[in-house]
Design a protein around this ligand. Structure first.
Ligand code: NAD
Length: 487
């Protein structure tokens, strides 16, 4: 399948990057170059910001911000319908660009369409809210509040769910009445550029959504530091998030940050071992462990640990690892050569620090090229080891056992991240106690990873702040205006 050769999507048109540079698109299943994407620089970002400002403005007749929510909803629904119409093409592009099994990529496209639909409803809901009166202690004054779009927003996204995570930002931003510049990851921009084509097809007003692809320091940094970008919504690593927050602080620019994680899954002794194994495998190895909320630290009761681990090893050995386009593929390659090397380094460091590689640990024998890795389980882990403390963002599970509930909680919270946590037990009171004790933004009880666009998503501590999805996702792009009248 060919990767469409696109330029930047600015002001409703396709424009070559000012400096003319491009970045190779590499299929992680083969390591081969399959296309290229435009590499934007500060000059292109400038054009995109100007276009977004013009589209936002209430004074120039191209007023996305002042349009009724129902009008914005119409465009969001049209985008959703186009995504559904093009689902199989988009899913194939996603699979060859980021290595996701085709089935998973197709589910992502369903979620993309669902998310645009959902925020179309919320855009209409904004019309109904209108002016909200405030009761005051003096009857000589009357006050109300209105919620308004925050302005031009910069949306910077990572590579693990390329179009879906872009949608988590684009849909609520546009629903709120903001205009936006999307900067997807340079590793996986192909489907985000297709979103530009969709916006053009549905006649989205020029400048409402602009898409600038390129490297972080060259395209992302000028976007984050641009004085006319009113907010940055960022998803990516804690290191980059810290950089963005530092830049934003100089301008008192609001940011929301969805960052890394090292989430635990706690398994008690009273569970059905097969069900618990299924959620553990899913929680850590879905999308090759390249999920910010992957439950990559297994904390299992010592009385069942041996039997449970035996099951996990058997399950991981039966996972079908193949080219993502092959029928029945459950695990594709990891996204890039850089990520591949980084994960192998994590595994070798764990070994050198004294941990045991219980299963996996390298390239599957039947796959000679591409960035394929076996699902890997690591035991004999201590809490000072790198593998316990740092986010791998790959198919690697590390294991510790516990004796008491208190010990399980202590281990679960033993991280500077705070994105997700899961508990598996038949004792629901116990689950409640752990739910309360976990210091994180998302808790899964007797499951791991389900995600719904109606429910808030985000973390605490070094996993960031602000929430995406649900009504909270819309609030990210709204600001409150108080109006008080003397009567
Ligand atoms: P990354 O931080 O390397 O890059 C993310 C984005 O930031 C990319 O678009 C990149 O080009 C851009 N960028 C890089 N340097 C920049 C700079 N100086 N200024 C502005 N933009 C810059 O992250 P990644 O490797 O693409 O993604 C993996 C990370 O994302 C993991 O840590 C993962 O946990 C995290 N993540 C978090 C969530 C969440 O919801 N919390 C979801 C998915 C991924």
């Amino acid at each position: 399948m060919e990767v469409p050769r696109r330029t930047l999507f600015i002001d409703g048109e396709w424009r070559a990057p000012v400096l003319g540079n491009r970045i190779d698109v590499i299929n992680p299943s083969s390591g081969e170059i399959i296309g290229d994407i435009p590499a934007a620089t500060a000059e292109d970002v400038e054009l995109a910001v100007v276009a977004a400002q013009r589209a936002f403005s209430r004074n120039r007749g191209r007023d996305w911000a002042a349009a009724p929510g129902a009008i914005r909803a119409k465009y969001l629904r049209a985008i959703a319908a186009k995504v559904t119409e093009k689902k199989s093409k988009l899913a194939r592009l996603e699979a060859i660009d980021c290595g996701k099994p085709l089935d998973e990529a197709a589910w992502d496209m369903d979620d993309v369409a669902g998310c645009f639909e959902y925020y179309a409803d919320l855009a209409e809901g904004l019309d109904a809210k209108g002016k909200v009166p405030i009761s005051l202690p003096l009857d000589t004054f009357k006050s109300h509040v209105v919620k308004e779009p925050i302005g031009v927003v910069g949306l910077i996204t990572p590579w693990n769910y390329p179009l879906l995570l872009a949608t988590w930002k684009v849909a609520p931003a546009l629903a709120a009445g903001c205009t936006a510049i999307l900067k997807p990851s340079e590793l996986t921009s192909v489907t985000c550029l297709e979103l530009g084509a969709i916006c053009q097809e549905v006649g989205l007003p020029p400048g409402v959504l602009n898409i600038v692809t390129g490297l972080g320091p060259e395209a992302g940094a000028p976007l984050a530091s641009h004085p006319h970008v009113d907010k940055i919504a960022f998803t990516g690593s804690t290191a980059t998030g810290t950089r963005i927050m530092t830049v934003a602080a100089q301008m008192v620019k609001p940011v929301s940050l969805e960052l890394g994680g090292k989430s635990p899954i706690v398994i008690f002794e009273d569970v059905d071992l097969d069900k618990a194994a299924e959620w553990t495998i899913f929680g850590c190895f879905w999308t090759n462990g390249q999920i910010c909320s992957a439950t990559s630290r297994l904390i299992v009761h010592e009385s069942i640990a041996a039997e449970f681990l035996e099951r996990l090893v058997r399950w991981t050995q039966n996972i079908r690892i193949s080219d993502p386009l092959e029928e029945g593929c459950r695990l594709g390659p990891v996204v890039s050569a850089g990520q591949y090397k980084k994960i192998l380094k994590f595994i070798s460091t764990a070994k050198s620090e004294g941990a045991t590689i219980l299963s996996g640990g390298g390239r599957p024998k039947h796959l000679k090229k591409g960035y394929f890795l076996e699902p890997t389980i690591i035991t004999d882990v201590s809490t000072s080891m790198q593998i316990w403390r740092e986010e791998v963002f790959g198919p690697v599970l590390c294991v510790k056992t516990f004796k008491t509930e208190e010990e399980a909680i202590e281990l679960a919270n033993d991280t500077h991240y705070g994105l997700g946590a899961a508990v598996i037990s038949n004792d629901l009171d116990r689950c409640d106690r752990l739910t309360q004790a976990f210091r994180c933004g998302i808790v899964w009880v007797n499951c791991s990873q389900p995600c719904f666009c109606q429910a808030p998503w985000g973390g605490n501590k070094r996993s960031g702040f602000g929430r995406e999805l649900g009504e909270w996702g819309l609030e990210n792009y709204l600001t409150v205006k108080q109006v008080t009248r003397y009567i």
